[in-house]
Write a protein that binds this ligand. Structure first.
Ligand code: PPS
Length: 286
């Protein structure tokens, strides 16, 4: 039996076989409305958290619990079109999530239509989260040996390719987009401020109580209990629910629990990570 194929490469970027090169190529012409909002991330950087925050900010029915809509229905993945949905019928503002690199985004976004929220996270925590996630997801290759996994990650031979290329690409092309940068670490440190920063970027005014409600429902503990936020309705051929959950640990610095001193030194030899990122963002735990 040939080994299962998990990824394909399109324009130097690794995608899961759940989508196709043709569909990805077609996104160049995807029509953007000025009111559209995109959450762009490298995987495991806080996508679902931000999806949930945006949904709570925008939809009163989500905030007050009168609506029960799956996250994936509300905020679909741009490059993994589920069930051939027609995105033109989504209510405004439409919100999408994407792991695309800056250069594969719809042309309109590069012409500053729509808004983008780009979320980053300490790459060591991203790597560790990804490592655990690959056991949980049937659609990802599981590499049980952490050392081997780290080499793959550092070589960019994983879904969404190299972390550094992704983040550096987005930061160095920030001028081309209408974009807000948020870090996982700042959301962890002060969720309320992060929520207000996002509201401000979107021009959305919420009352004190509404902000309180968003913050309360977006904590790790409360999201973990919410089947929609925790993606509990994923089918078995996508997620192995006996092997974990989408919201795993939700902490800063979990890399310290798994990386050895030698692995940490090896990781730190990627000087570009520090040279590039430090002037732009401050990540406490780096
Ligand atoms: S994915 O698959 O790319 O969409 O994954 P993504 O959502 O980007 O990242 C998953 C990690 O984010 C954590 N998470 C949270 N942390 C803190 N608070 C909240 N509310 C929250 N929601 C999700 C999730 O637990 C994953 O990190 P780890 O370290 O694996 O726990």
């Amino acid at each position: 039996e040939p080994p299962k194929k998990y990824l394909f490469k399109y324009k130097e970027f690794y995608f899961s076989v759940e989508t196709s090169p043709e569909y990805v190529a077609s996104l160049e012409d995807f029509e953007i409305k000025d009111s559209d909002i995109f959450i762009a991330t490298y995987p495991k950087s806080g996508t679902v958290w931000t999806q949930n925050i945006l949904s709570l900010i925008i939809h009163e029915g989500h905030r007050n619990g009168t609506e029960n809509v799956e996250t994936m229905e509300r905020i679909p993945w741009l490059e993994y079109r589920t069930k051939n949905r027609d995105y033109t019928v989504l209510p405004s503002p439409r919100v999408f999530a994407t792991h695309l690199p800056y250069y594969l985004l719809p042309r309109d976004l590069r012409n500053k239509r729509g808004r983008i929220i780009y979320v980053t996270r300490n790459p060591k925590d991203v790597m560790v989260s990804y490592y655990h996630f690959s056991k949980y997801m049937s659609t990802l290759e599981e590499i049980p040996d952490f050392n081997l996994f780290m080499e793959r990650f550092l070589a960019g031979k994983v879904l969404a390719s190299s972390w550094l290329d992704h983040v550096a690409g987005w930061y160095s092309h920030a001028e081309d987009f209408n974009i807000l940068f948020v870090t996982y670490e700042e959301m962890k440190k002060d969720l309320r401020s992060a929520v207000l920063k996002i509201c401000n970027f979107l021009g959305k005014k919420l009352s004190e109580e509404e902000v309180d409600s968003v913050v309360r429902q977006a904590t790790f503990e409360n999201m973990r209990k919410d089947p929609r936020a925790n993606y509990e309705n994923l089918p078995d051929d996508i997620a192995l629910k006996n092997k974990g959950s989408f919201l795993r640990k939700g902490t800063v610095g979990d890399w310290k629990n798994i990386m050895t001193v030698a692995q940490n030194e090896r990781f730190d030899k990627l000087p570009a990570i520090y040279d590039y990122l430090l002037p732009h963002i401050f990540i406490d735990s780096l």
